[in-house]
Design a protein around this ligand. Sequence first.
Ligand code: NAD
Length: 478
Amino acid sequence: MTTETTVEGTFATAADLLAAIQPAEGGRKIKDPATGELVGRVAEPGVAELEAAVEAARRVQPEWAGRGHAERSEYLNLAADAVEANAEALAELLSREQGKPLNGPNARFEVGACAGWLRATAAFELEPETLVEEDGNHAELHYRPLGVVGAIGPWNWPMMISIWQLAPALRMGNTVVMKPSEYTPLSVLALAEVLNTVLPADVLHVVPGGREVGEALSAHAGIDKVMFTGSTATGKAIIRSSADTVKRLTLELGGNDAGIVLPDTDPKAAAQDLFWGAFINTGQTCAALKRLYVHEDIYDDVCAALTEVAEQMPMGVGLDENNVLGPLQNKAQYDIVAKLVQAAKDSGARVLTGGNPDEGQPGYFYPATLVADIDNDNPLVAEEQFGPALPIIKYSTVDEAVAMANGLKVGLGASVWSSDPAKAREVAARIEAGTVWINKHGAIDPRVPFGGAKQSGYGLEFGVEGLKQLGSPQVIAG
Ligand code: NAD
């Protein structure tokens, strides 16, 4: 293979992609969450298709492993080229199926991140590590491919999270069978269609379907590892169903990220970053700010600055270039957000903006909502709302803020905000979370490992550390 290959765009529009991935007739209808209009149809033969996919992936895996890291990295770079060449068609389909706008940190951003993660994963150096080197005694650590990796994904960032799972798996010499969320199967089928224009046959499969396909994948004897991103409850079910085959697992589960704003923060300067830390993808992001703890000295100013930013952000149909916030992806998620905000209102908390959805309009739109003067044990604080509603809790001492931040069973991300980064880092070290950002939130990087503490999961993604988790460590000593 040669790096001289150029990848031409194969799909000009979402309609071209749909023509390639839809069944000729029938299938389950997928509706646009912004309008209720038909996006497309998905064929779901289910567990029978899973068997065929696992068998084909197992058959080609030794050959894929035999190509070596350099050649597989070239394939990942070609895959990135293919994503870029078809970016607009992918973004359009993603926007229509998931609901997220084309603009802002949304559909085009997600497709761009797919290419970025593929290239970064292609570039990692993975050499055997010499552990002991002395007279007559030598030990090295190698990483061998595991075999076939199963990847089960959620509906919030369906393309990007698929890439997070498949890129390191393929790079390490595994083949992959993906089970997308039943809410966003077309996005993942379309992404794989594009990737498969350059990848060798059968190294990457997608089997759409519901929970039963996920369960079968997690229990399947032909699957060596499951990469799972989704809720903590489903993660626990996967641990159980994978036990009999002692599968390796990487579990990226739910979070309820805290942000602590120290009293030396400039509220106006921080407001935009605080807003997007919470409302990226209209709040439907695992590592988004979901509880904001603000010192009493600047509480009112932070509330006012955030309200001003929130009220400027256009929300609406994703294909409208003006919008930067979209609908909730599905009715179940809309109901969770509406119920939690209602509970907060009923408790006497103060709604600064939002909280008043227009029930008459089509689509699952819930306005960007800020809730102040709310207790830490209110359900809007204690439960993962996973939507555009941010509770803002007042604190008096840093000890109190840290105790509240650490008070839940989950710990995915967190952030500390201050004009003194050294002071912020001291507070960060006390927080029980997989990542603590300073003066930003959710700023993931393909070179920096990412994973959850406590019930937000285990295992790491991204970086060389993430890549190693797609391999079977092997010591060669003597
Ligand atoms: P979910 O757990 O409902 O579904 C995720 C996937 O699991 C879907 O494909 C679903 O079909 C499948 N599934 C359901 N039951 C299963 C079972 N018993 N066995 C195997 N597979 C099964 O999650 P969701 O609602 O799609 O996503 C939202 C959740 O995901 C939130 O809690 C969010 O915090 C979390 N999330 C975490 C990260 C992270 O990196 N930690 C990223 C995105 C989302």
